[in-house]
Design a protein around this ligand. Structure first.
Ligand code: ADP
Ligand code: MG
Length: 232
């Protein structure tokens, strides 16, 4: 099992108020699979993803990613893990505004160790001709393509996508989802994606429904629908 999480708990304390955001999460994902985390706003999806990606830490529980218990990693090893093994894609792209498309990808650490390079990933997302453009000159969908190229250039073991289509219209969303499916096939990248659009779950091997910090339903090895045939 590539991702194996059990009894993951996380609370945030603001002043004297302690809120339990994750209440004993368990989930599994195999290598090369696409997993979708579905759930309403505030249910703990991003917190869960940030802990899996080494941006945040759980309070207790076991989080094994590719054989490593990441919750026990020392800070410097956690940084290595996050920089080396994980690619992130966010809802609002998070490109650096004063860098070109090519430069936005160039700043990624670990590129020199990767079998992939900037031109290859830009070609994979069909953005090679926009290499010298700035983010403001691109549409939302194009910016998201660049952010996907940036996330995959280091050939990450795991691609974490937090509502990657949340800011896009449905035609563009479908193209981005197709692209993620292509990346998954072409490079064998394991993908874990957050969404609150239930239709998107159709393209996943496994679906985890989250409500108030708990997994209330998990579908495993469902029949996968190609992104272009998802009914919205
Ligand atoms: P989702 O991604 O499902 O919308 P989040 O994981 O972002 O949910 O947030 C879950 C809950 O945790 C929310 O109530 C949010 O306000 C709270 N939360 C998230 N991050 C923090 C933080 N750094 N400090 C305090 N509360 C937080
Ligand atoms: Mg979120």
């Amino acid at each position: 099992m590539f991702i194996d999480i059990s009894n993951l708990k996380k609370s945030y304390t603001t002043g004297v108020v302690k809120t339990e955001v994750l209440k004993g999460i368990g989930m599994k994902l195999d290598k090369g699979e696409i997993g979708v985390i579905l759930g309403p706003s505030g249910s703990g999806k991003s917190t869960l993803m940030n802990i899996i990606g080494g941006i945040d830490r759980g309070d207790s529980g076991r989080i094994i990613v590719d054989g490593v218990e990441i919750n026990n990693l020392k800070d410097d090893k956690m940084t290595d893990y996050r920089r080396g093994d994980i690619g992130f894609v966010f809802q609002f792209y998070n490109l650096v505004p004063n860098l070109t498309v090519g430069e936005n990808i160039e700043v990624v650490s670990n590129i020199s160790k990767s079998p992939l390079n900037i031109d290859e990933v830009l070609a994979a997302v069909e953005m090679k001709d926009k290499k010298g453009r700035f983010p403001r000159e691109l549409s939302g969908g194009e910016q998201q393509r660049v952010s996907i190229a940036r996330a995959i250039v280091k050939n990450p073991k795991l691609l974490l996508c937090d509502e990657p289509t949340g800011a896009l219209d449905f035609v563009t969303s479908r193209a981005i989802l197709q692209l993620l499916q292509q990346v998954n096939k072409k490079y064998g990248t394991t993908i874990l994606m957050i969404t609150h659009n239930a239709a998107i779950a159709a393209m996943a091997n496994r679906v985890f429904k989250v409500r108030s910090g708990e997994i209330v339903e998990a579908a495993v090895n469902q029949v996968i629908v190609p992104a272009e045939r998802i009914e919205w």
